[in-house]
Write a protein that binds this ligand. Structure first.
Ligand code: KIV
Ligand code: NA
Length: 264
């Protein structure tokens, strides 16, 4: 099967083809996801929580992401592998370039970073040096100390305007993909119309160009608080492969997320 390329992402958006993305941290799940037609795999710094057991993503290091990226890369044949720049690995353009080079050499084909503001310079710096970048706006978990928790973003008019401006700015800076986390559906829809690059939602409603969920969440493994956008696909899929196929099918035909898994 032909690998999915970076230019193919914008083509998918133009063609109205929804993109299905999942996080993966090892070769076994990566292979299963790739076989089930998942378009994009993310080695997320969520691994700090779901794999390492921390209560935030802040302890995750570039070494951690590089290790899991190498593991995942061995299981991938078609999917486009994206790796997160962990906390402060993108604090300066030079640090981001060093970390991104390591992640691409470990097998990633795109890096993801959170925020706009001073990160716009980082995005431009990486893209000019041939490193594809995925931006991430809305609820940015690396901002948890400032935010005081994990909450829906962009609910007030002023915050919504700021988020919309930031989305256009990261696209203008050269990002090829944009993750929107925990934002009201109408705002994610407006952003999706504004920008030419695909938006990938997580708790951002059905109008994004694609969706992403965390591996553990689609298998119903999350303990304690379960965010509204999480759906246990194992319950309906009956097996791991069935769960992934149900997720991919629901993303493609637009039936996930429905209103019950979105913020109005
Ligand atoms: O780290 C992660 O898993 C992520 C996704 C939730 C988008 O950034
Ligand atoms: Na992340």
């Amino acid at each position: 099967r032909k690998p999915l390329t970076v230019p193919a992402l914008a083509e998918a958006k133009r063609g109205g083809h929804k993109l299905a993305m999942l996080t993966a941290y090892d070769a076994g799940f990566a292979r299963a996801f790739d076989d089930s037609g998942v378009d994009l795999l993310l080695v997320g710094d969520s691994l700090g929580m779901v794999v390492q057991g921390h209560d935030s993503t802040l302890p995750v290091t570039v070494d951690d992401i590089a290790y899991h990226t190498a593991c995942v890369a061995r299981g991938v044949s078609r999917a486009l592998l994206v790796a997160d720049l962990p906390f402060q690995a993108d604090a300066t353009p030079e640090r981001a370039l060093d970390a991104s080079t390591r992640l691409l050499q470990a097998g990633a084909r795109m890096v993801k970073l959170e925020g706009a503001g001073h990160k716009l310079e980082v995005i431009r710096f990486l893209v000019e040096r041939e490193i594809p970048v995925c931006a991430h706006l809305g609820l940015t978990p690396q901002s948890v100390l400032r935010l005081g928790g994990y909450k829906v973003q962009g609910r007030e008019d002023e915050a919504a305007r700021k988020l919309r401006a930031d989305a256009s700015a990261v696209a203008d800076a050269g990002a090829a993909l944009l993750v929107l986390e925990c934002v009201p559906s109408p705002l994610a829809q407006a952003i999706t119309t504004d920008v030419a690059i695909p938006t990938i939602g997580i708790g951002a409603g059905p109008h994004c160009d694609g969706q992403v969920l965390v591996l553990h969440d689609i298998l119903g493994l999350q303990g304690g608080h379960r965010p509204k956008f999480v759906k246990d696909f194992l319950a309906e899929g009956g097996s791991v492969a069935g769960a992934v196929q149900a997720y991919v099918a629901a993303v493609r035909d637009g039936s996930f997320p429905d209103a019950a898994h979105s913020y109005a």
